[in-house]
Design a protein around this ligand. Structure first.
Ligand code: CP3
Length: 365
């Protein structure tokens, strides 16, 4: 393993342990390196989206932008990349169409198309640029805050690979689940295997926590979620832990964001094998805490649109959320975050106010 500068702020790593009291809640926001920052838009003016992902110097630069701007307020960096680099590594073309989001021009139409995917994915070869970006960023962070790595989850990636982009109804991806359940599971397992290699590679390269994003988890009924999505979380967590143990590498906190799968909080807390569950804003923190029953730490869960509500609304919502997550007045096993990514229209100074409020209201008494 590479040697890195000593970590000066381990708050998020401590808060990622269930039941661990911290002096305040650590905070970061999903998509914190993104278009709401003028310095990010400057970089993107000159560089195509996936070019930024594939160029470690650029990925490192945009990862550090929010850390610099909010020095002393942010408790983690997240490596700049995208969940759709896995479909690319598996052999599918993905284009980032400004204004429309990701497009896969040749999606998987039916199971006969599975043969178009690479039979074996050499993750170090296909995604080594992400590992290089992580190692460079760990050095450049100089130990200020930990670096989070991430991957898309199998169901969300499968949905993109079949739909060819975003979707409102997920008709094509669900056709697969209902018409071709065996082939769907085959595809989900193939993606899960790549996720394990990819997350282990990120941890070896220097990621100090990793998050799995299942953005479209709430599109599945509880039954389909239990059949198609939840088993992949278990196999990825146990696969990552087994591989780290075999290589004599210390475990890192594993964060699962199954967005909107709030019907499953109790089961995910007791049996998914992940350390932290990310919550969207559709679940009340007190209810989520009861369901999680102290078995995992929780992350979230302010509605990202609160950042458009002005300073008073931001302060009110942060205070309310902070209090709801405290246990006996103490910040306990809670990582403060939005319930989904920050959106491009937010004023960066309003985000600064959000961070200041988190520091103020999550303090343990
Ligand atoms: O959080 C971070 O700051 C790290 C970087 C990051 C990006 N995407 C950069 C990005 C992360 C963690 C992601 C994850 C991601 N990508 C998810 C899961 C999280 C979520 O938001 O649900 C998903 C579903 C994607 C796929 C994706 N990438 C979509 C749907 C879009 C377009 C949506 C949009 O906001 O336009 C992207 C593009 C993307 N990924 C951008 C960024 C900063 C904006 C595009 C740009 O720079 O032009």
């Amino acid at each position: 393993m590479v040697e890195f500068p000593e970590l000066q702020n381990d708050l998020i790593i401590r808060a990622a342990r269930a039941g661990e009291e911290t002096e305040r809640a650590p905070v970061w926001v999903m998509r914190q390196a993104g278009r709401y920052l003028p310095e990010f838009r400057e970089v993107r003016k000159e560089n195509e989206f996936f070019h930024v992902c594939r160029t470690p110097k650029l990925a490192c630069e945009v990862t550090l932008q929010p850390i610099r701007r909010y020095a002393g307020l942010l408790d983690a960096a997240i490596i700049f990349s995208d969940i759709l680099v896995i479909p690319q590594a598996m052999g599918l073309e993905v284009i980032m169409d400004p204004g429309h989001g990701p497009v896969l021009p040749q999606p998987l139409v039916d199971p006969s198309h599975l043969s178009r995917l690479a039979s074996h994915v050499d993750v170090a070869k296909e995604l080594g640029y992400v590992f290089d970006a992580i190692t460079l960023t760990r050095h450049e962070l100089k130990g200020q805050v930990p670096l989070i790595g991430f991957s898309g989850a199998p169901w969300t990636l499968m949905a993109y690979m079949i739909e060819g982009g975003g979707s409102k109804t997920f008709t094509k991806a669900k056709t697969w689940l209902f018409k071709y359940p065996t082939e769907s599971k085959d595809l989900l397992h193939r993606i899960a295997d790549v996720c394990v290699d990819y997350l282990v590679g990120q941890i070896k390269a220097g990621a100090q926590l990793v998050q799995l994003f299942d953005t479209w988890a709430a599109e599945l009924s509880p039954r389909d979620f239990a059949e198609f999505a939840a088993p992949t979380y278990q196999s990825i967590a146990s696969g990552v832990r087994a591989r780290l143990a075999a290589a004599n590498i210390k475990d890192v906190p594993l964060l699962l964001f199954a967005k909107g799968a709030n019907h499953a909080i109790a089961t995910l807390a007791s049996s998914s094998g992940w350390d932290v569950l990310g919550l969207d804003w559709l679940v009340d923190p007190v209810v989520a805490r009861e369901l999680a029953n102290g078995k995992v730490a929780l992350q979230g869960n302010v509605d990202p649109n609160v950042l458009y509500g002005g300073r008073d609304a931001i302060e009110r919502e942060v205070k309310r959320t902070a209090e709801a997550f405290k246990v006996g007045g103490k910040s306990t096993g809670h990582i403060f975050n939005l319930g989904h990514g920050i959106t491009p229209g937010v004023d960066p100074e309003d985000l600064r106010w959000f961070f200041e409020c988190v520091h103020k209201y999550t303090k343990s008494s």
